[in-house]
Design a protein around this ligand. Structure first.
Ligand SMILES: Nc1ncnc2c1ncn2[C@@H]1O[C@H](COP(=O)(O)OP(=O)(O)OP(=O)(O)O)[C@@H](O)[C@H]1O
Ligand SMILES: [Mg+2]
Length: 361
């Protein structure tokens, strides 16, 4: 493969949706709670919330799904509606710019509907305030007119369940967060779960895959089902073009080499960032912008795309004075870490729970 026929962003290991994921995402989504692999706690909790409401014959509490991109929040929202036998109305925070947009959405709801607001942390303030009342009292006040003559007309909203999804639950305002009866925190998947997801996806796509090959892809998927499914598709292409279509361990490894995804799921940019941090800056601390210049990238890309995973993989630590390479990073590059590396609370930072790391970004 030459550089010219690579897609614009050659890295297949970004967790965000990409335009070419569309069909794939839809066909591979789990359709019911039993289909959903991993997140055992969330599944059990949700099962209880949904079952409880069904037995009482009411609508369940509003549900907030939080977690990094590509872990199954949208899939779970669809499953919630399916399990309740309800219709899913779909919108997103950025789409609700004016309160009127939300009022229109709410007034069209039928009793029992599930209203899914993706990226709910990006909802505009007036719409958010309208949402408070709708969530609590199933009512909205629509303001008609302007200035002193403006009147507010109360409108009833059919009892519904709001499902909000957010990659940054820390960015949600307190009042909004408090109105959710239940918050499900989605966490990264372990390699065994990803392997089961890959095996399921291969079955749906009609791809023959060996168990060890699925395990290999799982290990490079950054704990993220969306990445696992995307890598599977790339590996399938390779298997069909360069081999007999069957995904063996050797085929999987060769394909992932072509796409520059290493054993840890690091891509070329991740490795460049690590390399610059260790080789050019002696392991840090160094600011993100300086680091970004060194690898010829935008600071935002380094901070939002590379860093979360490098931190999670225990390669980089965020400290008040800048980014620091951990011993694992030095070793990964085949170098001996300096003897004074363990100071500065680095180990503590690395082992912090993920949620905090993502919420503050
Ligand atoms: N538990 C799972 N089992 C099987 N496949 C899954 C699972 N979770 C996610 N997927 C797959 O990963 C893809 C991405 O999931 P989804 O779109 O639900 O993530 P998301 O959390 O909504 O991401 P974003 O934050 O970017 O909106 C889905 O199309 C689905 O194929
Ligand atoms: Mg989503």
């Amino acid at each position: 493969m030459t550089d010219a026929d690579r897609p614009e962003d050659p890295s297949p290991v970004t967790a965000e949706v990409r335009p070419d994921d569309g069909d794939l995402d839809a066909s591979l989504r789990p359709k019911c709670l039993d289909d959903f692999i991993g997140q055992p706690r969330v599944r059990e909790q949700l099962h209880l919330v949904l079952q409880g409401a069904t037995q009482r014959g009411g609508t369940p509490d509003h549900i907030l799904l939080s977690g990094p991109p590509g872990l199954g929040k949208t899939s779970m929202a669809m499953i919630i509606a399916a399990e309740l036998g309800s219709a899913l109305r779909l919108t997103s925070g950025p789409a609700l710019e004016r309160a009127g947009d939300l009022a229109a959405m709410l007034s069209n709801l039928v009793e029992g509907d599930v209203l899914f607001i993706d990226e709910i942390h990006r909802i505009a303030r007036p719409a958010e305030e309208m949402l408070y009342l709708a969530m609590e009292d199933f009512r909205v006040d629509v303001v008609v007119g302007k200035g002193p003559g403006a009147t507010s007309i109360p409108l009833d909203v059919a009892p519904f369940t709001l499902v909000g999804a957010t990659t940054r639950s820390g960015a949600l305002t307190g009042p909004l967060r408090d109105r959710f009866g239940f918050t499900a925190h989605m966490d990264f998947y372990d390699p065994q779960e990803l392997q089961r997801i890959l095996t399921r996806s291969a079955g749906i796509l009609g791809v023959r895959i060996d168990a060890d090959a699925a395990a290999e892809i799982a290990g490079r998927s950054r704990g993220t089902p969306r990445i696992a499914n995307r890598l599977l598709r790339r590996v399938r292409d390779y298997a069909e073009v360069r081999a007999d279509g069957r995904v063996t361990l050797a085929v999987a490894r060769a394909a992932l080499d072509v796409y520059d995804v290493d054993e840890l799921g690091l891509d070329r940019l991740d490795r460049a960032v690590l390399g610059a941090l260790v080789r050019s800056f002696g392991g840090g601390p160094v600011g993100v912008s300086t680091l970004a210049v060194a690898v010829g990238e935008e600071p935002a890309t380094v901070e939002e795309v590379c860093e979360p995973y490098l931190v999670r993989a225990g390669m980089i630590a965020r400290t008040p004075r800048g980014r620091v390479a951990t011993a694992a990073a030095w070793e990964r590059l085949g170098l001996v870490p300096p003897p004074d590396l363990a100071v500065g609370g680095i180990a503590v930072r690395v082992n912090e729970p993920q949620r905090t790391l993502f919420d503050e970004s």
